[in-house]
Ligand binder design. Structure first.
Ligand SMILES: Cc1cc2nc3c(=O)[nH]c(=O)nc-3n(C[C@H](O)[C@H](O)[C@H](O)COP(=O)(O)O)c2cc1C
Length: 216
């Protein structure tokens, strides 16, 4: 069996990509994010719109899981989920959250923090209608984050949803969009000798942003 202790201590990448200069940064972090997302998608990074979403439970313990970024609307980062899921319940109790985009193949990461609110109902509806048929049924079949006794129970719920809703399943009332309004956005670009570039944007009310460089 692999001796991971030895292997792990020897695993390291040297970062040698183009540095991130302050003069290259956009004034608005959302524009900078759009540019990096476009570059990540263009570079063929699978699931380049996937991020880790961190929330906190009722005992302030952090919990992270992947979600897909599905929109950037009114300066917010939008994802969709089941409103009865663990994440949604946690966000209902404590709306602060963090999104981490791990574009490691580009020696980049972006960290966003902010507060999460329900996304506009009409836009949620529009998005649900655009989803593939089987994903719509999946939303009905999954009681996301609840205990499930067997795979068969889930598949049975899927077939029942298909029989009940036919060709045009409506949006379940407990499924929809959540929007994170960013308060901070940090861009990280790997550099040689661990001398990475980091820039932290912080929201300055009402509409502006400050930016500063951080030690790596
Ligand atoms: C690449 C990837 C993308 C995912 N996207 C979503 C998503 O957009 N929405 C969602 O509810 N779950 C998504 N999931 C599943 C979540 O990571 C998680 O398992 C689920 O939402 C339940 O989390 P919770 O119990 O903490 O609420 C995704 C998982 C992966 C691996």
């Amino acid at each position: 069996m692999t001796d991971w202790n030895e292997q792990l201590s020897e695993m390291r990448e040297e970062y040698d990509s183009v540095p991130l200069r302050k003069s290259d940064l956009k004034d608005c972090p959302l524009e900078q994010f759009s540019l990096w997302l476009e570059e990540a998608a263009g570079a063929g990074i699978p699931d380049s719109n996937a991020c880790s979403l961190a929330t906190v439970d009722e005992e302030s313990r952090p919990v992270a899981r992947a979600v897909l970024l599905k929109g950037m609307v009114d300066d917010c980062f939008v994802f969709y989920t089941n409103f009865k899921s663990r994440k949604a319940v946690q966000l209902g109790n404590s709306p602060s959250a963090s999104m981490h985009f791990p574009w490691f193949a580009m020696q980049r990461q972006v960290m966003i923090t902010g507060k999460v609110e329900k996304f506009e109902e009409s836009k949620t509806e529009e998005y649900f209608r655009s989803r593939p048929y089987f994903s719509k049924l999946g939303a009905w079949a999954s009681r996301q984050s609840e205990d499930l006794d067997s795979r068969e129970t889930l598949e049975k719920a899927f077939i029942e949803a298909r029989e009940k809703y036919g060709d045009d399943p409506p949006r379940p009332p407990y499924w929809g969009g959540l929007a994170l309004k960013p308060e901070t956005v940090e861009f990280w670009q790997g550099g040689p000798h661990r001398l990475h570039d980091r820039f932290l944007f912080e929201r300055v009310e009402p509409n502006g942003w400050s930016v500063r460089r951080l030690y790596p």
